[in-house]
Design a protein around this ligand. Structure first.
Ligand SMILES: [Mg+2]
Length: 370
C-alpha cells in the first residue's frame, strides 16, 4: 500500500540575504534578497524545502504578497494528498493568483518532499536526462568600465558565456558596454537581456554593433515590452538574432502564442515566475514548436537554483543556463549538495529531492523549525 503523502505541515521562514553588490536590471535594482523559505512535511515524515524569490522590478511582486499567498495556500492545502502533485500548480494559481513566487515555493517544497519519500533526485521525476550544466555569469547594469572589469574576471574564471543586462540607459552607453565586454572577453558568447526596456530599433542597433565588432550574440533576451510581440518579431527578423522571451512568457499557453506570432525562438524557464510543473509543460511545448530553452531565476539562493538545475537536468538539452545569482549573495544560509565549480554545475551527487535546505545554524538562530 502507498505511504501517505497527505500534507501535514507547511512552515514559512522569511530570509534576508545581503548582496555583494546591487543586482541592477533595466527596470530597477535589488540590494538584498528578501526571500522566503518554505518547508513541507508529508504524513510519512518526508520533508522538502522550497524558496520564494519575489523581484519587484521584474514583475511587481513584493515579499509581503508572497507571504500572504503562501499562508493562504497552506491553510487551504493542509490535509491535501500530494499524490496529485501534477495538479498542484493549477490549484496554487487559484489560491494565489497574484504571487507566482509563492506558488513556486510551495510546489518546490512538496515536490522535494515527494522525492525524499520516493528516494529519488528531483531531476528523475522530470526525466533524469543529465547531471551536469554549464552556466553563464551576468553583468548587471552600470558603467562601461565596470562591465569591462567584470567581463575580464568572468572570462578568467572559465565562463564561456556572459549575460549582459542592457536597456534603461542611453543607447550609446549600452553600445559602449557591449564593446567593453567584447574587448575584455573576446572568446565569450554574449546573451543580451533587455528586461523589456528597449525599443525594437535600439535592440537592432545593439545587435548590429555586436556583429560589427565580431562579438558572438547567442541570443537576445526580452529586448522589448512584455506584450509587444510585433516588436520582438521585428528584432528577430531585422537583426537575424534568436529572441528569447522571458517577461512575455509565464505559461505553456504563452509559449504557444509566441510561437504562432513568431515572437520568440527561445523561452526562459524560471520556476519563480511559472512554478515547477508549469515550467516542465512550457519546456515540452517549446520543444514541440522547435524553440530553444533557457533556464534562469530571479535573485535566488542555492535552494531555488538547485530545484531549477534539477528541472533543467531532468528535461535535458537546455541550451542556455543562467543559474548564477547565488554568487551575488553574502553568506547564503543554505546547504546545497549541488556542486558549483566556476561555470560547471553538477547534481550527480544529489541522492534525494533537489538536495538543498537552510543550514542548521540559520534554522537554530530562528528558533528552529516550528
Ligand atoms: Mg531575463
Amino acid at each position: 500500500m502507498r505511504r501517505s503523502w497527505s500534507l501535514v505541515d507547511l512552515s514559512i521562514h522569511p530570509v534576508d540575504i545581503a548582496l555583494r553588490e546591487p543586482f541592477g536590471i533595466a527596470t530597477g535594482a535589488k540590494t538584498a534578497a528578501l526571500n522566503v523559505f518554505v518547508r513541507a512535511t508529508l504524513a510519512d515524515g518526508s520533508v522538502g524545502w522550497g524558496e520564494a524569490a519575489p523581484f519587484e522590478a521584474v514583475n511587481g511582486e513584493r515579499r509581503e504578497v508572497a507571504l500572504h499567498g503562501i499562508e493562504r495556500s497552506r491553510d487551504a492545502l493542509l490535509g491535501w494528498d500530494a499524490v496529485a502533485w501534477r495538479t498542484l500548480g493549477n490549484r496554487l494559481r487559484e489560491l494565489s493568483p497574484e504571487s507566482p513566487s509563492a506558488r513556486c515555493a510551495v510546489e518546490t517544497a512538496v515536490l522535494d518532499a515527494i522525492c525524499a519519500s520516493l528516494n529519488i533526485p528531483l531531476a528523475t521525476l522530470f526525466g533524469g536526462t543529465e547531471s551536469e550544466l554549464e552556466s553563464d555569469l551576468t553583468i548587471t547594469t552600470g558603467t562601461a568600465d565596470r562591465a569591462r572589469e567584470a567581463a575580464f574576471s568572468i572570462a578568467r574564471q572559465g565562463y564561456r558565456t556572459i549575460k549582459l543586462k542592457v536597456g534603461g540607459a542611453p543607447l550609446d552607453a549600452d553600445l559602449a558596454r557591449v564593446r567593453a565586454v567584447h574587448e575584455a572577453a573576446p572568446s565569450c558568447a554574449l546573451i543580451l537581456d533587455g528586461n523589456a526596456a528597449l525599443t525594437a530599433d535600439d535592440a537592432v542597433t545593439i545587435a548590429e554593433e555586436c556583429a560589427r565588432i565580431g562579438a558572438r550574440l547567442a541570443v537576445f533576451e526580452q529586448p522589448c515590452a512584455r506584450h509587444d510581440d510585433d516588436a520582438a518579431r521585428s528584432v528577430h527578423e531585422r537583426a537575424r538574432v534568436m529572441v528569447c522571451a522571458d517577461e512575455s512568457v509565464a505559461s505553456a499557453r504563452d509559449v504557444a502564442r509566441l510561437a504562432r506570432a513568431g515572437a520568440a525562438q527561445a523561452i526562459n524557464l524560471k520556476i519563480t515566475k511559472s512554478g515547477v510543473v508549469e515550467c516542465y509543460d512550457m519546456a515540452v511545448t517549446a520543444r514541440a514548436h522547435g524553440m530553444a530553452l533557457m533556464v534562469g531565476g530571479m535573485v535566488e539562493s542555492s535552494l531555488a537554483m538547485s530545484a531549477s538545475a534539477h528541472l533543467a537536468c531532468g528535461v535535458g538539452g537546455v541550451e542556455f543556463v543562467d543559474l548564477d545569482t547565488p554568487l551575488w549573495l553574502v553568506d547564503e544560509p543554505v546547504r546545497a549538495e549541488m556542486l558549483r565549480d566556476g561555470p560547471r554545475l553538477s547534481i550527480a551527487s544529489v541522492a534525494r529531492g533537489h538536495g538543498a535546505r537552510p543550514t542548521d545554524g540559520w534554522l537554530a538562530s530562528r528558533g528552529g523549525v516550528a
